[in-house]
Design a protein around this ligand. Structure first.
Ligand SMILES: NC(=O)c1ccc[n+]([C@@H]2O[C@H](COP(=O)([O-])OP(=O)(O)OC[C@H]3O[C@@H](n4cnc5c(N)ncnc54)[C@H](O)[C@@H]3O)[C@@H](O)[C@H]2O)c1
Length: 253
């Protein structure tokens, strides 16, 4: 069903991984898609795939931590594709370390990309959504928000995303905009492959270990997360707002 026909989605970090899967899933449901990523070549590659499927899409090389770049990107999307009606705040980075080894730079980088980035995109896109009286914002948090060794910065940022979500749900609900967060568990992407490399095991070995302690006995695929994003981006979820929904195969850290 093309239930998102006529909608435009602005997906950050969509040049690969979970964001790319979300771009495909939203496009398959009928949305036009703005593929936003700091990695412009990655964004262009995903747009090529979307256009091949007949999905209207544009690539935007944009660093979500830069206020001017975000404002410009949203203006361009609004002019070329309309909306945006759907915002997926997905771009993210890791700078994992135990507290005593965490530099101020690593702390600031993680806070800036996740929190300042999500704030800037919400502010810019919400202006269009409230004018149109309709919007869906999906913020990507993580099971790490509940606490995870070696991720003080990331855990704090992902918990912050949940507070941002609850507050914007209150502020924007009366204007027809719902705001929810999702909390993926272990998902097979370049992010978790990089974690494996950092701790000195193969990506497959880390996946095997993770599957073993997950109730459904497997790790997640980007498509598992994209499915929930598509539901929260649709009209079907109109009475759900301010929530964090975990997509983790039953695993809590
Ligand atoms: N993979 C997992 O297991 C997992 C689990 C929980 C949460 N998450 C979250 O899901 C989201 C996507 O993760 P992924 O695994 O697909 O990661 P990934 O590293 O594969 O992709 C992240 C994308 O974000 C882009 N990006 C990073 N900083 C940016 C910036 N400042 N401006 C614009 N783009 C930027 C990168 O270029 C990259 O294309 C992240 O927010 C991550 O924290 C992932």
């Amino acid at each position: 069903v093309r239930e998102l026909a006529g909608r435009t989605a602005f997906v950050t970090g969509a040049g690969r991984g979970i964001g790319a899967a979300a771009a495909h899933r939203l496009g398959e449901a009928g949305a036009a898609v703005a593929v936003v990523d700091r990695d412009e070549a990655g964004a262009e590659e995903i747009v090529k795939q979307l256009l091949d499927k007949g999905i209207p899409a544009i690539a935007l090389g944009c660093d979500i931590t830069d206020e001017r770049e975000v404002e410009q990107a949203v203006r361009r999307v609004s002019a070329e594709l309309g909306g945006p009606d759907i915002l997926v705040n997905n771009a993210g980075v890791l700078r994992d370390n135990l507290l005593h080894k965490t530099s101020v730079d690593d702390w600031d980088t993680v806070m800036t990309v996740h929190l300042r980035g999500a704030f800037l995109c919400c502010r810019a896109v919400a202006a269009h959504m409230t004018t149109n009286g309709y919007g869906r914002i999906v913020n990507v948090s993580s099971v790490s928000a509940l606490g995870n060794r070696g991720q003080a910065n990331y855990s704090a940022a992902k918990a912050g995303i949940q507070g941002l979500t609850r507050t914007l749900a209150i502020e924007l609900g009366p204007k027809g905009v719902t705001v929810n967060a999702i909390g993926p568990g272990f998902i097979k992407t370049e992010m978790t492959a990089a974690t494996a490399e950092r701790i000195g095991v193969s990506a497959e070995e880390l996946q095997r270990r993770s599957a073993e302690i997950t109730p459904v006995r497997r790790v997640g695929e980007p498509a598992d997360v994209a499915e929930l994003i598509a539901f929260l981006a649709s009209d079907r979820s109109s009475f759900i707002t301010g929530q964090t929904i975990y997509v983790d195969g039953g695993r809590r850290l």
